[in-house]
Design a protein around this ligand. Structure first.
Ligand SMILES: O=C[C@H](O)[C@H](O)[C@H](O)COP(=O)(O)O
Length: 267
């Protein structure tokens, strides 16, 4: 279905108005909101850029749009760095030239979705299992634009009560999961191995690891301290909290698109 995409439908945190003067032309599905956010992010893309290509149901719209603009000749000389095998396949199918972090250690712009966004633009990512490559690539980016529909906005990280993913090595994963649970015990934490592999086996990431999903009851408060404690555990490869990494978050909702920039987004 074609979107009636209205530029007046956009607000930014630089603006004093949060509600646009023109009402949205129709009730949009969550997928349409994801697509609106993704297309808006692709406005930041310029010919000649090295781009981090995100993973997931929102990022796939951005990758598709980049492919379309390349095909139309409106963008040229783009190099994409995919954050997962799935995105790599999509980008290849669209003819987007690809490379990697070894060849391009500095990336101009990354565009990716998120599972949660807090008021400080801290994120949870990795419910699709791609957090490690995403963190490596997005951490090497001069600009990181996050695209979400409004359901992803939370008051605090973990606030959706859905998974905070941690990538762990398969070797004695139960031991690591128990250590994670102990570290997070004060926040009412449950730690569960993610399933989804063949015959009900563990989900395996693109890096051959497992994911332990943490479910939290309480606000963690000092996210930096929790991050450090998790990363100190042997067996942990990476976690899905992306702290202070997003430059801009584009949020598409029924009342319009909001653009939130780092350092001007909160309080
Ligand atoms: O591992 C997956 C990624 O972090 C995704 O970007 C994240 O889960 C958001 O995915 P979606 O856009 O499908 O909600």
């Amino acid at each position: 279905m074609a979107l009636a995409y209205d530029p007046l439908f956009i607000t930014s945190d630089k603006s004093s108005m949060d509600v646009p003067s023109t009402p949205p032309p129709m009730v949009l599905t969550q997928d349409e909101l994801k697509r609106i956010a993704a297309y808006k992010a692709v406005d930041f893309v310029e010919s000649g850029m090295v781009l981090g290509l995100g993973t997931g149901s929102t990022a796939k719209h951005a990758v598709a749009r980049i492919g379309e603009l390349l095909r139309q000749g409106k963008l040229s000389n783009i190099v994409g760095i995919p954050t997962s095998k799935k995105t790599q396949e999509q980008a290849l199918s669209l003819g987007i030239p690809l490379s990697d972090l070894d060849a391009h250690p500095v990336i101009d712009l990354s565009i990716d979705g998120a599972d949660e966004v807090d008021p400080h633009l801290n994120l949870v990512k990795g419910r699709g299992g791609s957090l490690l490559r995403e963190k490596m690539i997005e951490g090497a980016s001069k600009k990181f634009v996050v695209i979400v529909d409004e359901t992803k906005m939370v008051k605090h990280i973990g606030g959706s009560k859905l998974a905070l993913p941690v990538e762990v090595v398969p070797f004695c994963w139960k031991f690591t999961a128990e250590k994670l649970r102990e570290v997070m015990e004060g926040y009412g934490c449950e730690a569960k191995l993610r399933l989804g592999g063949e015959e009900g086996k563990a989900f395996v990431t693109d890096n051959g690891n497992y994911i332990v999903d943490m479910y939290l009851e309480k606000d963690m408060g000092d996210l930096g301290a929790v991050s450090d404690a998790i990363l100190r555990l042997p067996g942990v490869v990476e976690h899905g909290m992306f702290l202070d990494m997003a430059s801009t978050v584009i949020v598409a909702g029924e009342l319009g698109v909001k653009i939130k920039n780092k350092h001007s987004s909160c309080c």
